[in-house]
Ligand binder design. Sequence first.
Ligand code: GLN
Length: 520
Amino acid sequence: MSHATATPLTGQAEFLGHPRGLVTCFFTEMWERFSYYGMRALLIFYLTQHFLFSDEAAAGIYAAYISLVYITPVIGGIVADRYLGPGKAVVLGAILLVAGHGGMAIEGSQATELLINGELQVQRDALYLQIFYLSLALIIMGVGFLKANISTLVGSMYERRDPRRDGAFTLFYMGINLGSFLGAIVCGFLMEYLGFSWGFGAAGVGMLFGLLMFLRGQHHFGDASKPVQPELLLQPVLPGINREWFIYLMTFIGVLVCWQLMQYRSLVGGILGLSLVIMTLVVVSYAILKCEPHDRNRMLVCLFLMSYQIIFWSLFEQTGSSLNLMADRNIDREVMGLVIPAAAFQSVNAFFIITLAPLFNMTWLALARRGWEPATPMKFALSLIQLGLGFLFLVYGASIATDPTQVALIWLILLYLLHTTGELCISPVGLSMTTKLSVPRVVGMMMGCWFLASAAGNYVSGTIAAMTGSDTIGGEVTDPAAALANYMEVYSTAGWYSIAAGVAAIALSPLLKHFMHGIR
Ligand code: GLN
């Protein structure tokens, strides 16, 4: 089904040894991630300081959002595989994203806390709260159509065993993180000095650039971005409505559903669980019924390895929620007389990715030349160990702090360093793995599954972030020392569990490698 890897574009114009389409993917995704991470860096503050939600409620909204954002790529992937093709899907996603980020810039007045009958109650402007939820819903559907499909477009330009494939994904991943780095800094500073709507508005403008980039460079993909059977799109499915417009109508309904889901958040966990069960059954039965034995085993290993992400992102994604708040409350952020806004630390991870990714690529290649390059399952195991160590460094830093409310900045930076090296062993490796181990016909769907596992991790991350919550008044913690102690207790447990999971994954890796049948 997937036109994507079915028609590699090895003959087309090149840039730095890669097909030109990679430049388009790089910049489109760079701007998309600029808007996604720029907005996300402000989100927890918008919830706690503008809408005055409690830590727990804010973590719940945040978790529902970052889970739904990665559930919808399954739909986007399947719709592109079967009908739209990745090109139209990316454009649709980008338009929704521009609208969503634009909507976030509509700020309204700040919520107020009133003492009513001795109880503190928060009054929020219902209209602006609804605009906020609707904007999140547009972003959720937008990411759903864009994220998986822009990633499969990268893979579509290389033959299955093309040695440039992993390098292409590393470059693409650098684009993601360049966007994330700039987004957190630009939006973080705009929020700090001009207000939320400036920060969110900048994210919207960034996404508009992304849309324009893709429209300009789309022709580089040739048939790979087009629908496999364009005639299907013209078939009428309702009186006066052909399939293409029906898809757009369903997308609009999807936005309305996500708008409601953001307000009935207890349903999100159930939807996620159901999607995980359905997609596991779909992939397992597809592998068993439709694939020859080697492809079947590869598909099953691919699915199993995707599940590692649940542990990884559940802990890694503390970055935008609990670690973001902790940096605000319990990290000494003064550098040379300048207090750095906590949101700006959201860019540290991206900075390390951009600087370390080429080093990782060179290391993998050097090891590969000696036959020592760890295979994908081992890289995934190493990522879990590094993630755990990162938390343990921060816990150690807090244990030796002289002020019981403030930890030195270096320990947070060390945590981000180890989380980044861990990320480099799982995230770009996993994107590349998905396009290698999946049979080409269903690569969009498999990429959607990759992000679905990520959604599950993000969902659990919200539960973990909620465990770190402390009592607040007006968005400020009442007891900073107790807040710090609480953060450290949760992070220490997280660190040890992650290391234990990594050790188990090392033990499993030879078996998984065996069933990958020569693909690493
Ligand atoms: N940071 C990466 C990105 O934004 C990975 C996200 C994920 O899979 N959870 O693309």
